[in-house]
Design a protein. Structure first.
Length: 363
């Protein structure tokens, strides 16, 4: 155990949370991973958590440090809880955590989106809530194995309450000392909005057009929409007193032009009928814009279309769930053919992080 004595729980052992957990554990910290994917945890227990790509690690975890549910954390009594799940299930995770963690435990949003730390503060209090802006990414290759595709250090960590800045500095050092460079950010909102604007400017557009990032940025009409989405995000951030450098808009466009034929996660969500992360991206921008009296017609259009898609996909999920036996659906992911041994009619493919687009009668 590290001499700081922290007990650290990480909710979500996918690429983001799993990589964090592996680095922290390798550095001698007492880490427990929580994930619903049984095969993933079994592979980690048997062979260790394997990281390939720009960073390479193989970190052993005991079976006792791998949990299938948040309720199992009660006996562990974590001091720090990193939430590394997709935002559509954030509310459920928070509800479960409130029932089992102590009143002194600190909770850190380790996610994409705008305002996730505010939701934590509403539920756990500002003094206990923190936010990390992650500047690495990865993909699940197989159970127990991820590929770290890039890391543009540093990550940024900040506190919701100004009274907890020393604690935020301590946590940033804890992560940095493990090998993942992380800087304390006095005003985490600047880094948060920079990444949030980038994500919201292209993810939703690709989701409604079914274009890759490169396709959307090459076609003049969609590139113009991206430009307007970026400017609206900047305008809303400015209305909150968040300032960027003079060339930030241009920097965003140049960055997105390099995206290549990559499908943003929101497009994958739409294709696989998974609830999207629009609530903490375009919808959040629209909500704040309304309060600040800033016009955001492009973001409003994207969020409205995505909400409609989520609504229709939700109806599909409900129908399939209620009629799964009649329809003869298999719980098989079409992307990877993984079959889930779960009684739930609709669930997430643990390998690709999206809802199973079920085969009908094996076809």
């Amino acid at each position: 155990m590290n001499n700081n004595g922290y007990k650290i729980a990480i909710i979500g052992a996918g690429p983001s949370g799993g990589i964090l957990g592996a680095f922290l554990s390798r550095a001698g910290n007492n880490v427990t991973l929580v994930d619903v994917w049984k095969d993933h945890l079994s592979a980690i227990a048997e062979k260790g958590f394997i990281i390939e790509g720009v960073k390479k690690l193989n970190v052993a975890f005991s079976e006792s440090s791998l949990k299938l549910s948040i309720s199992e954390l009660k006996e562990f009594e974590p001091d720090l809880v990193f939430i590394a799940v997709k935002t559509p299930i954030l509310k459920r995770v928070v509800k479960d955590l409130k029932e089992i963690i102590s009143k002194s435990a600190l909770v850190i949003s380790y996610q994409n989106g705008i305002g996730t730390e505010d939701f934590l503060a509403e539920n756990f209090g500002a003094e206990r809530s923190f936010r990390v802006i992650i500047n690495y990414a990865g993909n699940l290759i197989s159970p127990g194995k991820v590929k770290m595709t890039f890391f543009n250090p540093p990550n940024y960590l900040g506190s919701v309450s100004p009274n907890q800045q020393d604690k935020a500095k301590e946590m940033a050092k804890l992560i940095s000392d493990s090998g993942l460079s992380t800087k304390f950010q006095k005003n985490i909102l600047t880094a948060e909005w920079k990444k949030g604007i980038l994500n919201s400017s292209l993810s939703g557009l690709c989701a409604v057009t079914h274009m890759t990032m490169k396709e959307a940025m090459q076609f003049p009409n969609t590139r113009n929409i991206v430009s307007n989405l970026i400017q609206e995000g900047i305008d809303v951030a400015n209305s909150l007193g968040i300032e960027f450098n003079t060339y930030f808009h241009e920097e965003c466009m140049n960055y997105l032009m390099k995206g290549g034929h990559h499908k943003p996660s929101m497009l994958i969500d739409v294709e696989s009928r998974t609830p999207t992360e629009v609530e903490f991206l375009n919808l959040k921008i629209v909500e704040i814009a309304e309060k600040q009296k800033v016009k955001v017609p492009y973001n409003n259009s994207i969020k409205s279309i995505i909400e409609a898609i989520d609504f229709l996909n939700g109806k599909d999920r409900q129908y399939i769930t209620e009629n799964v036996e009649l329809l003869g659906f298999e719980q098989r992911c079409l992307t990877c053919s993984h079959v889930k041994d779960c009684i739930d009619a609709f669930t997430y493919c643990p390998l690709h992080g999206h809802v199973f687009p079920f085969k009908v009668n094996g076809k």
